[in-house]
Design a protein around this ligand. Structure first.
Ligand code: ADP
Length: 495
């Protein structure tokens, strides 16, 4: 910000003492700070030292005359206004002086009012120039602030370790930071934005997600849509996206953050391998202990119930539980390693379901439950898949229905074909599941703990196994449940 013009001096330059003192008096009364000079050189010296905004300049002076002084002032500072003081005879010279850049002129001798008018006009001009200059300065500063802010945000985005890609509402890329380009294996220098996202990333699922978010198919609040993909052998990325909304809440495009999760994946794989290894090593000795306890218990069959027998029975139950946990852990490791349908063969669904229901029927009967199977009057198509995987899926769901239903309850299994999908509904009128746990029951080791389930043994791995197997088969599972009334598990497998 420049100094305010009111604080600057008015300089009166005239060789006539009377003019100098007269002008000084009038100007002082106007509240102005005044300096005077009798010669041109003296005036220029003062202007070097002091802040002068207006000069009243006599043209005719001994030594350096007014014209020369005016020329020097114009050369050194364009902002200082000069009012020429001149006698009648030299009006033409005054006009000439104005051509040379003087602002106004006043003829000698002048009336105080006349001087006041001329000086006030010049002051107004100085004030307006000052304001215009300050506005210009302000504008430049705002522009430079905006520029700095923009480049600061850009620097932040560019130095983020996570990849960022921004698209418009048509899915065209507007911005990619260097981390994103590195993640997807592009050269950071030669890559130009503006193409569709599919031009840069060759993964259909990722491009679909970006298009969906860009076109406003995902809400801006709530769960963040995520997608995991592998752009190259041994590299895994996790993408999370949000729509960018305009003032009217219209979707302007998408911002997608991409994180490298290769290390996490590796850690997860190592953990699964470790669990698989330990489980495998534990299975044989545990099975041996289990069988030996069973043998001892068989030998004691004739004896009356005693403490030893009770302890052994408890030990047998515990080892049985551990063996089933190990079995589930090994199944899960195999599924996570992607080793599911290794030997696909045609599987007749009608027969497979009948066998499972027959087999589990004994268990249901021991609890006075009715377990029914309802097949359509048309034959179900046979699926080419791993029969063990299907057995595990249906077996787990029906076993759960039996386990989590009171004695005397009802369980029904119903299969239909709809939209090229095999739909199997397993319905029970058992304990049901509270809404808060519906999503959690598919997490590893999650078990609902309440009065009713307290004594039911289980590993919490059945449903994660079912979900993993179904994912491999391209299928899905859904649950509807009412606590106290029962649950329906709906399995859908593409034919
Ligand atoms: P597990 O049966 O070994 O505990 P699962 O993963 O098969 O493990 O099931 C997880 C939890 O889901 C169970 O502990 C149980 O609380 C609940 N659950 C599963 N099926 C049913 C069902 N049909 N009715 C009520 N609760 C169920």
């Amino acid at each position: 910000m420049k100094n305010k013009p009111e604080t600057a001096y008015v300089l009166v330059v005239d060789d006539e003492e009377g003019i100098r003192s007269g002008a000084e008096r009038i100007l002082n009364r106007m509240g102005l700070k005044v300096l005077t000079a009798a010669r041109g050189n003296e005036a220029l010296d003062i202007m070097e030292r002091e802040d002068v905004s207006l000069v009243l300049l006599d043209l005719k002076m001994p030594g350096l005359d007014g014209m020369q002084v005016l020329k020097r002032i114009r050369e050194s500072d364009q902002n200082i206004l000069v009012i020429i003081i001149t006698g009648y005879a030299t009006v033409e010279t005054a006009i000439e002086a104005m051509k040379q850049g003087a602002y106004d002129f006043i003829a000698k001798p002048f009336e105080p009012d006349h001087l006041r008018i001329v000086v006030n006009r010049a002051r107004e001009k100085i004030r307006l120039t000052f304001e215009a200059e300050n506005l210009e300065l302000e504008r430049k500063r705002t522009l430079s602030d905006l520029g700095t802010e923009k480049s600061r945000v850009r620097t932040i985005i560019e130095s983020l370790p996570n990849g960022i890609v921004v698209t418009n509402s048509s899915g065209q890329v507007a911005l990619m930071n260097p981390a994103f380009l590195r993640h997807i294996g592009f050269d950071t220098l030669s890559c130009i934005t503006g193409e569709q996202i599919s031009h840069y990333v060759k993964d259909d699922g990722f491009c679909r997600l970006v298009m969906e978010i860009s076109q406003g198919s995902h809400p801006a609040v709530g769960d963040v849509p995520t997608y995991e993909f592998s752009p190259a052998e041994g590299k895994f990325l996790m993408a999370r996206g949000r729509p960018v909304l305009g003032d009217e809440n219209e979707c302007l495009g998408a911002v997608i953050a991409v994180e490298d999760i290769t290390a996490l994946k590796l850690l997860d794989r190592l953990k699964s391998e470790f669990v698989a290894k330990v489980s495998h090593e534990l299975r044989s000795p545990l099975s041996t202990i289990h069988e030996q306890i069973a043998l001892v218990l068989k030998d004691m069959a004739g004896e009356e119930s005693n403490d030893e027998k009770l302890i052994l029975a408890r030990a047998k139950e515990k080892t049985g539980g551990l063996i089933s946990l190990i079995g589930d852990l090994l199944d899960l490791s195999r599924i996570e390693a992607g080793a599911v349908c290794h030997e696909p063969k045609p599987v007749n669904i009608d027969i497979l379901l009948k066998n499972i229901v027959d087999f589990l029927g004994t268990r249901a009967k021991s609890r006075q439950q009715t377990l029914t199977l309802e097949l359509p009057d048309y034959p179900l198509p046979s699926l080419t898949t791993d029969p063990m995987a299907l057995e595990s899926i249906f077996g787990n769901i029906i076993t759960n229905a039996i386990n989590y239903t009171q004695n005397g309850g009802k369980i029904s299994v119903k299969a239909v074909l709809a939209d090229n999908k095999l739909i199997i509904k397993v319905k029970d009128n058992g304990f049901g599941i509270e809404q808060a746990y519906i999503d959690k029951i598919f997490d590893k080791f999650f078990r609902v703990k309440n009065e009713k389930t307290r004594l039911i043994t289980g590993t919490g791995l059945g449903l994660p196994i079912v979900k993993g197997l179904l994912k491999d088969l391209g299928g899905s599972i859904a649950v509807e449940s009412t606590p106290g009334s029962g649950s329906v598990f709906t399995i859908s497998i593409p034919v």
